[in-house]
Each structure stands twice: as C-alpha cells, then as structure tokens.
Design a protein around this ligand. Sequence first.
Ligand code: SAH
Length: 275
Amino acid sequence: MSDEQGKSHGRLSIKASLASARQPRDLMREHENLRAAWRVRIITLFPEAFPGVLGQSLTGKALKDGIWALDTIDLRSFGEGKHKNVDDTPAGGGAGMVLRPDVVGNALAVASRGVPVDRAKWPLIYLSPRGKPFDQSMAQRFAKTEGMTMLCGRFEGVDERVIEHYGIEEVSLGDFVLTGGELAAQAMLDATVRLLPGVLGNADSTEEESHSNGLLEHPQYTRPAEWEGRKIPDILMSGHHGKIAAWRREMGEKLTQERRPDLWQKHLDKEAASE
Ligand code: SAH
C-alpha cells in the first residue's frame, strides 16, 4: 500500500520503538508481536479521524505495543478526475449523495491485497444502520480473526452493487443514524480490541462483565466506605467471597430482569435448553 493510500499507525509506532536501544531478546519479542498483531484496514474519507479515541488508554497502549495495528485507506485518493469525486446524486432522485461503486470498488480491491480471502479469518464489513446489530458475541467473533476490513460510509451511503459484488457484511451500531461510519467503526474496534489477549491486565474482567454471559453486571463500589450518607452494601465489606459472589449474581439477574427483559428471556431460554 502506498503512503498516499494508507498510513500504518501500528507498524509505524513499532518501528519507532525498535529504533531505540534494546536487548536482542526484546527485539525478538517485538517481532513476534508484529507477526501476531490483529490488523484492521479502514476505508474512510476521514483517515485523520483514526485512531481517535482508540489511541488513548488501554487500546492506545495495545496499539503502541503492536497487539493490534491499524491501516487507514483514504477513499478520497481513489476519487475520479481533477476534483477526486467519490459521490454522485442518487439514481431515481431524492436528497443527498451516494458513494460511487467504481470508487469504493477500487478502494476495496486495494484493501483486499494480502489479506485472507476466507471471510471467517478476515471479515469484510460495511458500517450501516441497516446491518445486523453489533453485540458482544460479534466482538468475540471479530477478536478471534486475524483482522478485518471496515468500510465507513458517508452521505446517503454506498451504491448497493458494491455491497453485493463484494459480499460485504453490513453491521449496525444501533437503531439510529450517524453521519458517517467512523464513530461506529471505533466503537466496534474498542469492544473487539479489548478482548485481544494482553490488552486488559486482568483477563477475568472480560469474563464477568455485562453481556459476556448474557446478563448485565452487578453494581460496582469503591472507597470511601460512606459517601453523601450512602454506604457500600455491608456484604461487599464482609470479606466473605462466597456470599459476595452470590450477591453479585443475584444483583446482575435482578438488573437484567428490570432493565432488559429481552436479555432475561434469552437467558432463561438458554438455561432451559441446557437442562
Ligand atoms: N441513508 C442511509 C444512512 C446513511 S448515514 C440509511 O438510511 O440507511 C451515512 C453513513 O453513516 C452510512 O453509510 C454508514 O456508514 C454510517 N452509519 C450511520 N448510522 C449507522 C449505524 N447505526 N451503524 C453503523 N454505521 C452507521
């Protein structure tokens, strides 16, 4: 990929850290990381929007450490003519503009170079309000791949033919309409990257939290023991691990029943099926 079409954030930062004086052992480890990195290619009109918030905190550290790597592919550079046009008016009339299939197709062709053709190993997705709703199980599926390509739409979206031709999977962040796919891509990447081995310090935390077991998480508390006249529930201060675990399970179930009857029903169905 030429520099004009893509910028490799992860790779660049790894090279920068390799340049500093290191022991040979550390260098070997860096190479292992580089090979194993989970990679994402993002086709966007706004490459400068990346890594965005993903450059912060745990996802940012993981990017620097080479646990994952990010290539942005600037859709504008595939535009037609002097003005690098990427869009045109909708066939049949109506408001807005549609991203052209030839322009998006050329960007997808570049994005496909050197990545596995097997979509189970390397999903190709289009961020779209018409897509399958993104959820924790999808994040788990993405985290088990070698990497993925994400196409961010703008305006009224992309020409339908390019979605059909490339067999693109449409995925939605939720039942609302954003102005572009970039924020949706970052939200999905955040949820996915934090599941990669080595990103969170404590692997247990991804197993117990909301949605990982189909339930919402119990309430969390920390010091001070009393704040504004409100005490931390006694049970959490008891030091009795068995009782604490039972309380947390009960609270998680209660919250799920109250707030998400849809999830609670799924949970009951699953339990019934496994009996
Ligand atoms: N006309 C389209 C909406 C276009 S919004 C429709 O009614 O379906 C512009 C772009 O923002 C889309 O191409 C898509 O990439 C992105 N987008 C908007 N809402 C989204 C959502 N809920 N999830 C993921 N991407 C979304």
